[in-house]
Design a protein around this ligand. Structure first.
Ligand code: GAL
Length: 667
């Protein structure tokens, strides 16, 4: 049986675009939406703004291959030449996220199908099934044609395969996908007996006697077998990965010196398990968009950037898209305040991005994204956004020496796409379980505590961390139990939250009391879950408040650090600690608010040095450099010394950061 654990941190060395001698600054460039005289102006303005690289051709398949097998590269030749003449590098995309209308007409079976059996139409983008052999063949063909033509082009710095795999379709439930799923299952389980056993198909009489009986988990009268659903999500992520690999391999063959990437949506795509993708790209790249109405969206930004660094195994990565101002797809698309774009961009750089790029260069006049902000807005160059873009270009230019430097942290949070999938299954003890909510609660607590955080996979080497936090780590297969146990025995501190360690990778509860995957390590068992009614809260020793979850924890070697003061488990353990080997494993049996989490984490953080900066200042150390980002509306003062790369000034002992401002010190 093949395992679905994430690959360990054994990545090959990343390959940064060798032609890029500075940090990347630029954005998606869609010249095909404009007449040629505009291109000349574009390139002139790109130079004015300090643009070093643009992503070209992302959705231009229909223009590059107007009919099957017939190509028109003339316009792209001229675009690349113009950019090259201006010294601007190109992140050249394969356009396979937007199959042309002729393709969908010729191969209607390539259209994606939803769980309800609805075939999705065309006229937008992403209308393809990742298992379609026709799609894969056509995608590889256009990628090869591009590589044939441009692999030696002097402007080519990076290949950009596709765009955000799995973004808006996710799993496809068509006939081809179903067939491919059966093949994937055969490989994983070998025999039907093994599959029936892993899926527990004796429940509700679901046993399969023939591989052909197995379907994609389409909408059914009741929840489809959860193990089948988890496998289908693993399969779907793997199918998209295979599409990426097919394109990447032809690009690598034809241009071995040019690195290849595909842009991730690290915290925003539930359909892709990026731990399995991270080592397949030469550079981890990511797209991040603020949720405009979230007052703590800068903390979410920091979390996403830290996750990207985790995917890059601690090395630098690249922010390939974010926005200069409002997006167009949220309920209320609030504009960014003056200075906010700069803080956002530099916060990504602080956390390991070797550049700051945008969607998109010039605002579109037509189409679904015409109200999306751009580097060059509809208002033109006499606009606040343009002025800020030009200033940011100078800032990013001044940070060139940071390329490749690292961020280090003593604390890690385990991020696990499978746990996220598990918490999205039906028929759980409460509908209030939310994977990202818990991850974010712990992350925000540490962010506000000024503690640097890495994100790691559940089977990563944890030995370098003083503290590892595993929120809602629902699925804990045997090797993960061993990994966490080894970490604690070796002297690590592990904090696990409720609803963790409950099932194995087949969504099966190990024999005996919960949490089967972690009970020995945590030194507890759980006798009964007591989820709370909507809006109900419980108290925990020390004046802490919690909601959503309570449970009857039985001590089996652990000691109770705090107890519930009321609710269904009044007087019973709420936070426990179990000393194991040279370390300790802690358990938090309820959903504490941030204040409560800060209290509980404080002793677990012993020996971890927080950065000494005021509450509204985000401070990040990037190997030899200190970023200070003031999110407040008053000047803040920090004790630090060094040369400010943005202002060119020297600071000896004290740095004042203006309201909303940023300082980057070489320390
Ligand atoms: C991204 C996508 C871009 C554009 C952008 C709008 O997810 O890659 O092509 O659609 O969203 O915010």
């Amino acid at each position: 049986m093949s395992r679905s654990l994430s690959p360990r941190a054994t990545a090959a060395a990343p390959r940064w675009p060798g032609r890029l001698r500075s940090l990347a600054f630029g954005g998606d460039y869609n010249p095909e939406q404009w007449p040629e005289d505009v291109w000349v102006e574009d390139v002139r303005l790109m130079r004015e703004a300090g643009v070093s690289m643009v992503s070209v051709g992302i959705f231009s398949w229909a223009l590059l291959e107007p009919t099957e097998g017939e190509y028109d590269f003339a316009w792209l030749d001229r675009v690349l030449e113009l950019l090259h003449d201006a010294g601007i590098l190109v992140d050249l995309a394969t356009p396979t996220a937007a199959p042309p209308a002729w393709f969908s007409r010729a191969y209607p079976e390539s259209l994606p199908v939803t769980a309800e059996g609805v075939t999705l139409g065309i006229g937008a983008r992403e209308s393809f099934c990742p298992s379609s052999v026709d799609y894969r063949r056509a995608a590889v063909r256009i990628a090869s044609a591009l590589a044939d033509r441009y692999s030696d082009h002097p402007a080519l710095a990076l290949w950009h395969v596709h765009n955000e795999y799995g973004a808006h379709v996710g799993p496809c439930y068509c006939t081809a996908s179903t067939q491919a799923f059966r093949g994937w299952l055969r490989e994983r389980y070998g025999t039907l007996d093994a599959l029936n056993d892993a899926w527990g198909t004796s429940f509700w009489g679901q046993s399969y006697g023939d591989w052909e009986e197995i379907t994609a988990p389409r909408r059914a009268p009741m929840p489809v077998n959860p193990a089948q659903q988890l496998d289908f999500r693993r399969f779907s992520s793997a199918e998209y990965l295979e599409c990426y690999r097919l394109e990447r391999d032809v690009l690598r063959e034809l241009s071995p010196d040019v690195p290849v990437t595909t842009n991730f949506m690290a915290t925003a795509c539930p359909h892709i398990d990026y731990w399995h993708w991270a080592d397949e790209v030469d550079v981890v790249t990511n797209d991040h968009y603020l949720i405009a109405e979230d007052p703590e969206n800068h903390v979410h930004l920091a979390m996403t950037a830290d996750l990207c660094r985790g995917l890059a195994r601690g090395r630098s990565w690249l922010l390939l898209e974010h926005s200069t101002g409002a997006v167009n797809w949220q309920p209320r698309n609030l504009a960014k305040a003056p200075g906010e774009m700069r803080r956002n961009s530099l916060a990504h750089v602080a956390r390991g991005s070797d550049g700051a790029m945008f969607f998109q260069w010039r605002a579109s006049r037509s189409g679904a994204e015409k109200f999306h902000s751009a580097m060059l807005p509809h208002a033109g160059t006499d606009s606040r956004i343009w002025r800020e873009v030009v200033e940011l270009g100078a800032d990013v230019g001044a940070l060139a020496e940071l390329q490749g430097t690292r961020v280090r942290a003593d604390v890690a949070i385990v991020w696990d796409w499978e746990a996220w999938w598990g918490l999205e299954l039906e028929f759980l003890p409460t509908v209030d379980l939310d994977y990202q909510e818990r991850i974010r609660a712990y992350y925000e607590t540490l962010w506000h505590g000024k503690v640097a955080v890495d994100f790691v996979s559940r089977d990563a080497d944890l030995s370098g961390y003083r503290l590892v936090v595993a929120p809602s780590l629902y699925i804990v297969p045997g090797p993960v139990t061993r990994n966490l146990t080894e970490y604690v025995e070796g002297g690590g501190r592990l904090v696990v939250s409720f609803f963790s360690g409950l099932v194995d990778e087949s969504d099966t509860i190990p024999p005996g009391p919960h949490p089967g995957g972690l009970r020995d390590l945590l030194g507890i068992t759980i006798e009964e879950f007591h989820p709370l009614a909507a809006g109900d809260r419980v108290g925990v020793d020390g004046g802490l408040r919690a909601d959503v979850w309570s449970e009857r924890v039985v001590l089996r070697g652990a000691t109770a650090l705090r107890r519930f003061v009321d609710g269904p488990d009044a007087g019973e353990p709420a936070v426990t600690r179990h000393d194991v080997g040279a370390g300790s494993a802690w358990y938090v049996a309820t959903r504490l608010d941030r204040h409560g989490l800060a209290d509980v984490l404080e002793p677990a953080l012993a020996g971890v040095e927080p950065l000494d900066v005021p509450a509204e200042v985000e401070g990040v150390r990037r190997e030899g450099y200190l970023f200070l980002i003031n999110h407040g509306d008053a000047e803040a003062v920090v004790a630090a010394s060094g040369h400010d790369l943005l202002e060119g000034s020297e600071h000896d002992g004290e740095v004042a950061i203006p309201a909303g401002g940023v300082r980057v010190l070489r320390t």
